[in-house]
Design a protein around this ligand. Sequence first.
Ligand code: F0G
Length: 477
Amino acid sequence: MPIPRRSWAEPFKIKVVEPVRLTTPGQRLAAIREAGYNTFLLKSEDVYIDLLTDSGTSAMSDRQWAGMMLGDEAYAGSRNFYRLEAAVQRLYGYRYLIPTHQGRGAEHIISRILIKPGDVIAGNMYFTTTRLHQELAGGRFEDVVIPEAHDPASEHPFKGNVDLAKLEALIARHGAARMPYVSVAATVNMAGGQPISLENLRAVRELTARHGIRVILDATRVAENAYFIQQREPGYAHKSLAEILREMLSLVDILYMSGRKCAGVRGGLIATNHPEYYNRLLEWLPVYEGFATYGGMSTKEVEAMAVGLREMTDPTVASASADFVKYFVGRMVEAGIPVVTPAGGLACHVDASRFLSHVPQADYPAGALAAAIYLVSGVRGMERGTLSTDRDKEGRDVLADLELVRLAMPRRVYTMSHIEYTVDRVRWLYEHRDLVQGLQWVSEPPVLRFFFGRLRPLNDWGNRLADAFIADFGEAV
Ligand code: F0G
């Protein structure tokens, strides 16, 4: 039996509150129009429950806030850096630390230093900024995640696993000299926050070691991944999260993370035990991020990150956020709403292909669903489908394997009633799903188009949906 949590209630109480405002359906219709049907372009004051991301939106603990007061704002050699370094050494077993301003700063430096034009980077599904940095450095990304990752209904416990046969075939085709590293992510974001197993990570390590290829881990949500290993992988039920984490990290050469997620801090880091990588990466740090002891973060945040990394391995912290997502997913399943299962570690992902099965993929069903959810609830989610994938070199749309709307859970921010409200409104929308149709472009940026792109609803369905909602709920909610 896995180690049980001692209570299912949230392991914190609330010390500071921030009021939220529920707008009327008329105001929401105006806001989503103004935003070009793109939830990234909504003003946050028009959002009631913000589930866009768990990035930089989590609540810090009282100890982290206390740590902020200890920030020693020195350009070089601040004491907070040495505290973060000590935390990385003790928790991760890694000697060298490079702070960065956030995760993509780490991706930029790693890609720029380690990738040569023409290189191939295999990974367990892409993440938007990760792949773009690999491509900007002249590399080509190849997805080697197992096929179950692309099936929202598959109950595979480790949908983030690498397909070893695919990886081996890729090495045979391109040769190890063309593959500077394999890019492995924990709690794979685009697959719905799905974990990788230790057995699989070990096998990746053995396979790549035979060919002299390094492994780099995107450890952005690694604490949740460790928790899933404890809960789901035979042989790990009685190991602590700290032990599982150390075992995972002993299998990779470099890790980087966005501290904005599970460490709850606006920053990032790279860590390694290899002095040669450390020195090569460090050289470029002051050019793009900042000096070696702050890397673009404020030292207040460096200190809060040191505290956050320790809290991350506290069994009640990682398990509480993953169990909260599980509760959300479970309530959506009970309401009959198609979502990605099993629950992952960062969000409830609504399966737009099944929810809006009448909307062709070329009309961006996940984008339409994200806008429709906002319209009927004030809840902001994020499109994770074809809109989030840029066009190919010939200018053709690349249809995504998964059309998802991500309802991400910032840590320690919302309560069960916020979840109940969200489920209730999404259930109403599901009953009226035939009113929702697709989207078309008004203006489309060439890269990472999902951030700033503007769209319009085909056949003006936004008005009809708002009218149906008002007929059931009235003008005021
Ligand atoms: N890797 C993963 C797996 C991520 O989820 C993110 C960010 C990054 C790298 C980049 O880190 O934002 O600190 O620069 N994900 C956010 C999200 C943006 O909403 O999923 P960053």
